[in-house]
Design a protein around this ligand. Sequence first.
Ligand code: PBG
Length: 337
Amino acid sequence: MAENFKLDLTQRPRRLRRTPALRALVEETVLRPADFIAPLFVVDGKSKPEEIKSMPGVFRLNIADLVKECRAIYKLGVPAVALFPKLDPKLKDDEGTQALNEETLVLRAVRAVKKAVPELVVITDVALDPYTSHGHDGVLNTARDDVENDRTVGILAKMAVMQARAGVDLVAPSDMMDGRVGAIRQALDSAGCAGTGIMAYSAKYNSAYYGPFREAVGSAQAAGTKLLSKATYQMNPANRREAVLEAHLDAIEGADILMVKPAGAYLDIIREVRNTTQKPVAAYQVSGEYSQIHAAARLGWLDLARTRHESLVAIKRAGADMILTYFAKEMAALFKG
Ligand code: PBG
């Protein structure tokens, strides 16, 4: 009976999966080097690249090495980098004053990269966490045990203008304060930087997946805890409608690109934002997403190359036009192979 069982089917979707060539013809989502933005960590001094323990293959680079890395990345076809400074803890204070120093690390890094590889799109974070001794993204009102929204926004707007003057193509407010995109747009325009764009971290969740990044820039250590709570400004992972609201506000305040972060656990949010805006959507595959793939691969439990590809193709399929990922360089290198 079972041997000659026959279905009378008109529809057999497997027909188009029969050979590699047929599968290639009907493939809906294809990754390319230009999809990626490489986040890079920069440190002061002349030290050798230091690997971040929880992020195998990711290093903190001094400015000279950063410039070399940017050249290599651009040569592989990756159009953009996002720079994150790791400050000497001695330079941090409650107010994050180093953020407004013309000679602060990230501004020197931007100038060096732009001089060496002017075609490369350079993006910088606008937030105070690398600069504050408590690791929060803004200045605190200690009486209320909260960040001070408006005073923080005033500082961020100045920071954005300094970054624009140093030559960045896009400033990326990652702080989640209310009204910061509008204030930054206005400050940039009045400073004669109308050509500098804003990539807004629009739906940025209060996520456990940022743990390794906080090790990389020392923002959790600054707070003396791995469990720094940013819940009064970053979004609750339980919320979806609120992401649409945040994206909408950023768009009308003048954001050029809307970002969802993290990416892998928030594919529904990427799709939701994609469906409600005509602006480009970015997604940030964050440090913890990278680390968990590496950790499982080290244990021999997951195949690194396949999991890496699947994680990124899923983010693009969900609707991201561009992906910030620590895999950017190695993904692009596959195309040169
Ligand atoms: C902070 C910032 C964070 C990341 C980018 N900018 C972490 C945080 O909010 O504490 C996370 C990136 C990552 O985990 O890869 N403004």
